[in-house]
Write a protein of this length. Sequence first.
Length: 209
Amino acid sequence: MERYDAGQVLARMLTGRTPPDSVVLAIPAGGVPVACAMAEPLGLDVDVVVVSKITFPWNPEAGYGAVAQNGLVRLNERILARVRLTEEEIQEGIRTTTAKVNRRANTLRGGKPAIDIADRPVILVDDGIASGTTMSVAIEALGQMKAASITIATPTGHLESIRRICNTVDAIFCANVRSGSMFAVASAYENWSDESEAEVIEWLAGKRV
């Protein structure tokens, strides 16, 4: 299964369960093809909510916090207590990540303004939930942006992470829930690769299937 196929599965799960004025918000990059495939049969608008990890200077794959497109910053104090980062390094990480988020939000939308989600039901989509950190920051940001309700739709997720965030949203639709000490979002897919910014732009413009 690929992300587009997974989005079609979610569309069937949500059929008849979404208000007509709902907006689908994807977490880039992997959440975008899922969201586009899901939104099309449901007849819903699609936009992105950009959230990015604040990564360590020595490991760009691991993070100690996240920044959302509305300026929300959240640090994982538990992780920071175990590593040696100066306050200057932390603040530089926040500045760099904020600039990345702002640039990406503008680039992916092609310069178009974000959809106003105030008082609208939101369906928040990612291609999977591992630790849940990125999803949690996105949820908090959408709350600050006055979404009327927040429903999560994701093809796969770790049971414990889903349990941690379930009380912060109105509903969760997950097609494939997994447990155990080892979990990787990629393991739920037959074909897995990173989505480039160019591909995400094509998805959002309706030019890619």
